[in-house]
Ligand binder design. Sequence first.
Ligand SMILES: Nc1nc2c(c(=O)[nH]1)N[C@H]1C(S)=C(S)[C@@H](COP(=O)(O)O)O[C@H]1N2
Ligand SMILES: [Mo]
Length: 366
Amino acid sequence: MTDKFYPFKPHSHRVTTTDGLFSSAEVGLANRNSGILLEMLTEDITPTGAHYLLNHFDVPVIDEATHKLEFSGEFESPYSLTMAQIRSLPSVSMPVTLECAGNGRAGVSPRSHSMPWHYEAVGTSMWTGTPLLPLIERACPAQSVVEFSFTGADFGYDKGEGHYFARSMTLDQMQQLEVLLVHSMNGSPLLPQHGSPLRIIVPGWYGMASVKWLVDIKALTEPFTGFQQVRTYQYRQTVDDPGQPIQGMRVKSLMVPPGVPDWSTRCRHLQPGATTLTGRAWSGLGAEIKKVEIEIDGLWHNASVHHRNSKYAWTQWAFEWNAQPGEYVLRCRATDSLGNTQPLEPPWDVAGFANNAAQTVHVYVD
Ligand SMILES: Nc1nc2c(c(=O)[nH]1)N[C@H]1C(S)=C(S)[C@@H](COP(=O)(O)O)O[C@H]1N2
Ligand SMILES: [Mo]
């Protein structure tokens, strides 16, 4: 549907950047799109029910018995696959950390009207499926093909444009990132909200690339111009800036908030003495975590960094703190193998994307 015939035009524009309290529409989004519980950062694999969720529109309910994946567009041998055929293909399981590009948006000021994440839009699952590239090659893309679009079954409106959620990638990108066609999460079939029965997982990139409820892979002879490719998920300095496409995750770390919370203020209370601060760190494009530092009372200390269990999974870190009575603002920041370190202040982006500023945790040692 084009903008011209869109009947809800007066209600279709997005509120521009805002500050202060969250709007009721933002709270509505937050109630649908839950985040990880930070205490689950102790686990290598996030329990499925605690993995964050980001759904733009409504969850489509798909019957796996009749679902088909189409290879369409400029292929010499287009074909389709049933779920039974997909499940019988060579199987690969890989732990992959996904993070939403909007994670941290609530910390960017003024912020854009969208999902108001604080820190919690991240998680790691054991994804099972089959490598995507051989399936694309089997359909024989025409010589003139430049990229491939991935379309989900979910339809909705943004900025007045009706569209199915869809993204694109080139063959080179898919090859470098070992993109998987996925039907299972942590050993069970995908849940409806995580893309049942079929999605892709794009390791190393922000989550928007990992299209859920996948119905179609199209070979294109021109770059894809779908809404989710060009009208959002771009780093923009101003609203008129065409922007730079968002791809790899920026280096980031999070800590399990130590101690126990106060129910209403969420401030943390801790007993004095030895306590282990721990959390996770990750980066994009398969880069390794080289260093995690913890700030206590204005001094930065090196945490110990454990080994990750896959090129695309987060790393655990830990630091022994002898907590003395007082009030503290703790921070953690990671550095990756490409030399990138988390900033202390949020990087600026019009839509509040990819805010990887160091997390702060306020604690009272009683
Ligand atoms: N079809 C479809 N795929 C989608 C989305 C969506 O709304 N529709 N959201 C994307 C975004 S922005 C993210 S961060 C991840 C979230 O995956 P999860 O909900 O399984 O954690 O899915 C991506 N794939
Ligand atoms: Mo996202």
